[in-house]
Write a protein that binds this ligand. Structure first.
Ligand SMILES: Nc1ncnc2c1ncn2[C@@H]1O[C@H](COP(=O)(O)OP(=O)(O)OP(=O)(O)O)[C@@H](O)[C@H]1O
Length: 257
C-alpha cells in the first residue's frame, strides 16, 4: 500500500497559554480523494488548514502529534521546503481570492508566470482558462475588474497550471450567490478531475458535500466527532454536531438534501 498523501496522527494545536484548538486529530487523506471538513463556527477548520499549510502564527502553536506528507514529517520541513510545498504541492483557494492575485499585474501576466514556473507550454494558460469557463479577455483584466466568482475561477486556472497534489478550498462559495457558486463549483470540479488532485473542502454548505465529497470529517470544538462516507453522512449522520448540520441544511433547503 502506498503512503496516503496526508497522514495526521494525534495532532494538537493550542493558543499559547490558552485553550487547545485542535485536540488529537487523527485521519488520512488519500491521493485524489475529495474530503469535506465540516463543523460549526469556531470548530477549528481554518486552524487545521493553516496547520497543513505551515502558516500557524503565534499565539497558535503545534503542541503535539504529527503530519506526514507523502510519508515525510512536516514538522521537520525547513521554511524553504514549506515555501516550495505551498503552491507546488498544496494550493489554497480561500474566501478572499483577491489576496492571492497581485492588483498591479494583469491576470494573463500572472497566469503566464505560473505556467512558466510549472514549465507548461504557452497554450496551457488559455486551455486552463477555457476549462474553468472564463472568456479569453479576462487575461487582460486586473483583479479589481473581476467579480468574486471570477477570481475564484482564476485561482482554479492557476491550480490547473500548477497541478498540486492537494487543493484546500476554504469556504470557496460562502460569499457568492447561488448561480455564481455553481460556476465556481463546476470550475473546482473540472480542475480536480483534470489534475487528479486531492481536495480538502472546508465548508458549511452541504450541497457542496453532496456534489463534491466522497467522505466527510466533522469537527466539534477541535475534536473529530465523525468520519463517514458522504452519502451515509447526508442520510444518517451519526454525531450530534453532524446531525445538527444536516438538519439545518434540510430546513434551509426545504428538505431537498
Ligand atoms: N490567532 C488565534 N488566536 C487565538 N485563538 C484563535 C486564533 N485563530 C483562531 N482561534 C480560535 O480557534 C478556534 C477555531 O477557529 P477556526 O477559525 O479554525 O474556526 P472555523 O471552524 O474555521 O470557524 P468558521 O467556520 O467560523 O470559520 C476558535 O475558537 C477561534 O477563536
Amino acid at each position: 500500500m502506498p503512503d496516503p498523501l496526508l497522514q495526521i496522527r494525534e495532532l494538537s494545536v493550542q493558543a499559547a497559554g490558552g485553550p487547545v484548538l485542535l485536540d488529537r486529530l487523527t485521519f488520512d487523506l488519500a491521493a485524489g480523494e475529495r474530503l469535506a471538513l465540516l463543523g460549526g463556527s469556531g470548530a477549528g477548520k481554518s486552524v487545521l488548514a493553516q496547520c497543513l499549510l505551515g502558516l500557524l502564527q503565534p499565539p497558535l502553536c503545534w503542541r503535539s502529534g504529527s503530519i506526514r506528507w507523502q510519508g515525510q514529517e512536516m514538522s521537520l520541513l525547513s521554511s524553504k521546503q514549506w515555501h516550495a510545498l505551498r503552491g507546488n504541492g498544496i494550493f489554497l483557494i480561500f474566501q478572499s481570492p483577491g489576496a492571492l492575485l497581485d492588483p498591479l499585474l494583469s491576470v494573463g501576466y500572472q497566469l503566464e508566470q505560473v505556467a512558466q514556473r510549472a514549465q507548461r507550454p504557452p497554450a496551457a494558460v488559455e486551455q486552463a482558462l477555457a476549462l474553468v469557463q472564463l472568456p479569453a479577455p479576462v487575461l487582460h483584466r486586473h483583479a479589481h475588474q473581476l467579480s468574486g466568482g471570477m477570481k475564484q475561477r482564476v485561482l482554479c486556472a492557476m491550480a490547473l497550471l500548477l497541478r498540486p497534489q492537494l487543493v484546500i478550498a476554504d469556504e470557496p462559495t460562502s460569499s457568492l450567490d447561488d448561480e455564481t457558486a455553481q460556476e465556481v463549483l463546476c470550475a473546482l470540479l473540472a480542475m480536480q478531475q483534470a489534475t487528479g488532485c486531492a481536495l480538502l473542502l472546508i465548508t458549511h454548505d452541504l450541497r457542496l458535500v453532496r456534489q463534491h465529497a466522497q467522505r466527510v470529517l466533522v469537527l466539534e470544538r477541535g475534536r473529530i466527532v465523525e468520519q463517514a462516507p458522504a452519502e451515509r453522512f447526508l442520510t444518517a449522520p451519526a454525531s450530534r454536531a453532524g446531525a445538527a448540520l444536516v438538519q439545518a441544511a434540510r430546513w434551509l433547503d426545504g428538505q431537498s438534501l
